[in-house]
Write a protein that binds this ligand. Structure first.
Ligand code: ZN
Length: 250
């Protein structure tokens, strides 16, 4: 199924080139990447080098993550916000140049200042032709106010983050279905930000799959799980993830 995708960094310490090769070998056609040096921290390569490997393996980019380290500045009216907005614009433009259609960002929280700054970033994204999506980190209904105020922003649903706040089966995805463009799939224990393999925790993915189908969801299903002791190596981890996603969402 061509809507199933893997997050390029899945917790295994292997060279970047090998990582993209293993994702392809496991049968994924799409990969999710991280813009900026946030990604460099995990892989030792720049964001532009990773696109070289993506192309070499004939993969498509499912989405790119915006640099998270600038996000906190979006809430401060006086210090750093202008630079943070500018940085997001640079990366939106860069992502577009690399053929990326969706950029996902984290928000520190939703305040009046954050809404103003996101409004400016979302307008820029629309101009360059990139779909900008905000990812849930905390809360049960974190984006009611934001979505009310900003029309041209989309939603990225993360199961593990939602689970920490009591959403065990995709209620938040259903709530924001009209904005939903991508999903981050990983499991958890309901308490911590675990990012376990899908099926290794307590989240009800079958009910989520039904909610997505019933809601007419057209986006990708992205495996955003990280390494754990049950999996011998990156190949086994990716193969298990692919099989489980196919079985539940395929
Ligand atoms: Zn996520």
């Amino acid at each position: 199924m061509d809507r199933i995708s893997a997050y390029a960094y899945c917790g295994f310490d292997v060279p970047a080139e090998e990582r993209f090769q293993k994702i392809k070998e496991a049968g994924f056609e799409k990969v999710a990447v991280w813009c900026h040096t946030d990604y460099n921290t995990h892989s030792g390569i720049s964001e532009y080098e990773q696109f070289k490997y993506v192309r070499e393996q004939g993969l498509k980019v499912s989405y790119a993550h915006a640099p998270t380290k600038f996000a906190p500045y979006l809430m401060n009216k006086y210090y750093g916000a202008k630079d943070a907005v500018k940085t997001h614009k640079v990366y939106l433009k860069g992502a577009k140049e690399q053929g990326v259609d969706i950029v996902v960002m984290h928000l520190p929280e939703v305040t009046k200042t954050v809404i103003d700054n996101v409004t400016e970033i979302a307008a820029f994204a629309e101009d360059v032709g990139v779909t900008l999506a905000v990812e849930n980190l905390t809360g049960e209904a974190p984006f009611d106010e934001l979505f009310n105020e900003v029309k041209n922003i989309s939603f990225c649903y993360d199961t593990c983050h939602a689970l920490m706040f009591g959403d065990t089966d995709g209620k938040m995805a259903e709530r924001y279905m009209d904005r939903l463009v991508t999903t981050h799939l990983s499991d958890g224990d309901g308490k911590k930000d675990c990012h376990f393999m899908v099926g290794d925790g307590v989240f009800d993915f079958v009910t989520l799959a039904k909610r997505l189908k019933d809601g007419g969801y057209k986006g990708d299903f992205v495996l955003e799980a990280f390494q754990s002791a049950e999996y011998a190596d990156i190949s086994e981890f990716l193969q298990v993830g692919k099989q489980r996603l196919e079985r539940i969402f395929g």
